[in-house]
Design a protein around this ligand. Sequence first.
Ligand code: SAM
Length: 204
Amino acid sequence: MVEQQLISRGIKNRRVIDAFLKVERHRFIPGGLKISAYADHPVSIGEGQTISQPYIVALMTEYLDVSESDRVLEIGTGSGYQAAILAEMSKQVYSIEKFLSLAKRAEALLQELGYCNIRIKVGDGTLGWQEESPFSRIIITAATPAIPPPLVEQLSEGGKMILPQGERFSQVLTLVEKQNGELKSELICGCVFVPLIGEYGYKG
Ligand code: SAM
């Protein structure tokens, strides 16, 4: 997977590659679908949700440019795989999931795998995690029509946020940097994610 899907498509950051080599993706895929764990596409994880294609997880992580001192907020815990990759590379990961069942499963697995630097909460991630803000990195792993304003507030000065922004069935992966209180955006590529459902996301 790492050689054929990531390195061959241009993923270069050694810390991203090392995290992918270390985190066992099959642990994050439920039951009978484990056979597809390393396949080049998203896989169902229950509740109508998916774990993203490995390359997209790697691309988002590479653009996010995570360092050992970063405090990262993830919106959309899902299986917990992206959180584990981020936890390998950063100081602390905070992750918010809308579905209790997914959050519970991810939390139990991440605990079993020994991650002490990931906190998960159930709720509407479009509101962010005010008490733990600011965050130097934010990643939204579901499609959003616009950047939720609370997440802009909770991003620290000089911080970076990556998100799939656009229409419900077609988005553009976008990197946002906060500089002097202003947002600077870079469009990366087209993508398709499940929707972010919440106050500042899609409505149901
Ligand atoms: N990052 C995940 C992983 O590594 O498995 C995959 C995320 S999946 C593509 C998108 C997730 O966003 C789903 O689990 C979905 O339930 C969640 N979600 C949708 N709307 C949300 C919201 N408002 N707040 C938090 N999570 C939300």
